[in-house]
Write a new protein. Structure first.
Length: 340
């Protein structure tokens, strides 16, 4: 065999080997995707159907159960959350709704990188406006009246447990369509004094019923604070330390939040803060809760926890807001609850 033929044979063999490896990788990925999207035996009953934000007595959420409707916005009766779920055609990473207004945060895979966007939705889950996001979706909320919408994304880092991360929180007035790209432009009063710093981050907005007051987390100098803000005055004021992902109760008197336990750990326990006395009550959930809780009513909060043995899946749990009782499984394979 001549040197030229030998080199050609080696080249052809290498190409065939690479093609075989590539085909194997593609087939493995396709097989894995098929497994993840195949309905699991014994899993929740999921059927495609119409989901609207005017269906009172329903609890909406992002479906995390395996199958073709995975990540779809779905709903169940509030009084029977274990009933078969109805899944829409809308898929979201994060979702929330109130008063017929919805917000859906999406991550759409692309050739070079994923595209992140926020969809403002009407009561029929139709997209009214699309907004590009500066990073990975994290939190989403709608004010009780439906007028204001807020979302938080990770500009850098992938979670609040990362050593270094940066967030951006935006607020949209759905009446005027005026977008505040970042709460970092608001004036800050920290411990009674004006405050400015380059490391300021906000996340986890929750709205009061007056369409002006909101609460959020402020992070700076390795400390987190609960802040009360005014949309009209573009100001925030710190109230108390070590509060993350606040959620205002329907009666506006308390905030559910996750509190970091043991400094420098990535463990959070769920608490409720009385806004009048600033008294904290530890809830009965003893697992680490890395979520922005949702009030189902004035007595109960819901939150997501990782599903045992299933990577990337979560279940919704609920617990009394007064620190009594025990946690109970609300909806298996679900996240981002929003009671209608």
């Amino acid at each position: 065999m001549t040197p030229l033929r030998r080199r050609l044979l080696i080249l052809v063999t290498a190409v065939l080997l690479l093609a075989g490896v590539g085909t194997g990788v593609v087939l493995h990925a396709a097989s894995r995707a098929a497994r993840e999207n195949r309905p699991q035996a014994g899993g929740p009953s999921v059927s495609s159907g119409k989901v609207t934000l005017t269906q009172k007595g329903r609890l909406t959420f992002v479906n995390a159960a395996a199958g073709p409707q995975r990540t779809a916005v779905a709903s169940v009766p509030s009084t029977d959350p274990e009933a078969g779920r109805t899944a829409s055609g809308l898929k979201c990473v994060r979702f929330y709704a109130a008063a017929g207004t919805g917000i859906c945060l999406q991550s759409v895979p692309g050739v070079l990188k994923q595209s992140n966007r926020a969809l403002l939705l009407d009561a029929n889950l139709r997209t009214l406006h699309t907004f590009p996001l500066a990073g990975t979706p994290s939190r989403a909320r709608v004010s009780p009246s439906g007028r204001f919408v807020a979302w938080t994304v990770f500009v850098s880092g992938e979670s609040y447990s990362s050593a270094f991360f940066s967030t951006r929180t935006s607020v949209l007035d759905t009446r005027t369509m005026k977008l505040t790209p970042s709460l970092e432009t608001f004036s800050i009063t920290l411990d009674g004094k004006p405050y400015k710093a380059s490391d300021v981050n906000f996340w986890g907005v929750t709205f009061a019923t007056d369409d002006d007051t909101f609460y959020a987390t402020l992070n700076t100098a390795s400390h987190t604070y609960l802040v009360r803000g005014s949309l009209s005055r573009r100001t925030v004021t710190t109230l108390i330390q070590n509060v993350e992902c606040p959620s205002l109760s329907p009666d506006g008197t308390r905030v559910a939040f996750k509190k970091r336990v043991l400094s420098r750990t990535n463990l959070w326990h769920e608490y409720v803060l009385d806004l009048r006395t600033l008294h904290e009550t530890a809830l009965a959930e003893r697992h680490s809760v890395d979520d922005q809780a949702t009030w189902l009513d004035n007595d109960t909060v819901a939150y997501a926890l990782p599903t045992d043995g299933k990577v990337g899946s979560t279940d919704l749990w609920s617990v009394p807001a007064d620190g009594t009782g025990t946690p109970r499984l609300l909806i298996a394979g679900a996240s981002s609850p929003a009671p209608l």
